[in-house]
Write a protein that binds this ligand. Structure first.
Ligand SMILES: Cc1cc2nc3c(=O)[nH]c(=O)nc-3n(C[C@H](O)[C@H](O)[C@H](O)COP(=O)(O)OP(=O)(O)OC[C@H]3O[C@@H](n4cnc5c(N)ncnc54)[C@H](O)[C@@H]3O)c2cc1C
Length: 357
């Protein structure tokens, strides 16, 4: 395995932002991973595991340790009655994997088309979109344990997959390197059509859309929002949604609504209308971070230096050309502060900040 030094990370990220990694290794096998981790131990250097770089903001000064890029490949398939169990290497491109299984008539990931990054990144934050999450199809995850230098197999139930979270980015953060993910997909299963924006794409309810049609519709919705990586589209230099949709209690939602109405009455204005929300765990609701941002005074296309808000989607912060990580962080802080003042909600950042600190 080649050990490269002082490799600028910006080209390895969808934001196209970030300074150099002190060391940079591409691991194509489990043996490579062990070698890379031992190399970092020898240097007493921190490790960062890189997939497709689509959920990262790398610091301007870069990462002072060893970046291990997961680059293994391959997909295996096993039949399980009317299901197929597809085991994909972590370094495989997620969107290509989705296209492959959808084209073959396997249901379960069709709404996750167009999400950039690798297979290995999907269990880390339990990737989800348009009413579907990988939590509902992940069968097992194989990972390299950096603490004990051995492989470990996780059943889906051991991954603690929740909204944008798993053991891999919470309790066991920085411990495991995912090497393979197995998904259990139903052959000729019906596509998941629960998300309103997606059902609206199929107004004729007398004809059931195919998996491929649903996947195509998802891509087209994503494209209109700048959430599909399209060469040359300025809204694509992002890490997708920059903030998670906040989950609050039902009583908190009622308090916020009452406060907003009171403030609007005092100002002699009409209230912004009901706060859009979805039911979450019992007693809680999920709010739309994009709506909160927009109603805190940040329109689509808002700019702060070379950092900005996508002109198509309020939730995506974008690199408008030559932006630094510090500029993105300054915009993040401004948004967070105003949403907190306006709604009393502290927005949580979704992309991982890579700085070695
Ligand atoms: C335009 C756009 C649209 C997006 N839309 C969505 C969306 O709809 N839904 C959604 O959930 N996300 C979305 N994302 C975010 C992102 O694509 C996903 O989170 C993706 O799964 C990240 O995978 P990655 O390989 O790029 O990981 P990276 O960005 O490289 O890494 C992200 C985190 O995962 C860790 N990681 C990556 N690979 C491994 C591995 N093999 N083992 C252990 N840890 C690993 C990294 O250390 C880091 O902590 C979007 C991003 C963009 C740019």
């Amino acid at each position: 395995m080649e050990i490269r030094e002082n490799i600028v990370l910006a080209p390895y990220t969808t934001f196209r932002i970030g300074g150099p990694a002190r060391w940079f290794l591409e691991a194509s096998s489990e043996a490579d991973l062990a070698e890379a981790v031992l190399f970092a131990r020898g240097k007493k250097a921190p490790v960062f595991v890189l997939g497709g770089g689509s959920n990262l903001l790398v610091a301007d000064k870069g990462f002072p340790g060893v970046v291990i890029r997961v680059a293994n490949r391959g997909i295996r398939e096993q039949q399980d009655g009317e299901y197929g169990i597809f085991t994909a290497a972590a370094g495989e491109n997620w969107d290509s994997f989705v296209s492959t299984v959808v084209a073959r008539g396997f249901a379960g990931v069709e709404c996750l088309a167009g999400i950039p990054g690798t297979v290995g990144g999907t269990p880390v934050q339990n990737v989800g979109a348009y009413g579907q999450e990988v939590a509902s199809t992940i069968h097992s995850v194989r990972a390299f344990d950096r603490a004990n230098l051995r492989m470990v197999d996780f059943a889906a139930s051991q991954c603690d997959l929740r909204y944008r979270s798993s053991v891999f980015n919470t309790s066991a953060r920085d411990r495991y390197i995912v090497t393979e993910v197995s998904y259990r997909l139903r052959l000729h299963g019906a596509p998941q059509l629960t998300y309103k924006e997606l059902t609206d794409a199929f107004p004729d309810t007398s004809v059931a859309p195919t998996l491929s049609q649903v996947s195509k519709a998802v891509r087209s919705i994503r494209r209109k929002k700048g959430m599909l990586l399209v060469e040359g589209d300025p809204n694509c230099l992002s890490a997708g949604s920059f903030f998670k949709n906040p989950v609050v209690s039902e009583s908190q939602l009622a308090d916020i609504s009452a406060r907003m109405t009171k403030e609007a009455n005092l100002a002699g204005e009409s209230a912004a209308g009901p706060i859009p929300h979805f039911a979450a765990e019992p007693g809680t609701v999920k709010l739309m971070a994009g709506w909160l941002i927009e109603h805190s005074g940040f329109p689509k296309g808002f700019a702060l230096g070379a950092a900005g808000i996508s002109s198509l989607h309020t939730l995506a912060l974008v690199n408008r050309g030559g932006a630094t990580a510090n500029e993105i962080l300054a915009l993040r802080d401004q948004i967070r502060k105003r949403v907190l003042t306006h709604f009393g909600i502290c927005l949580e950042q979704e992309p991982v900040y890579v700085s070695g600190e």
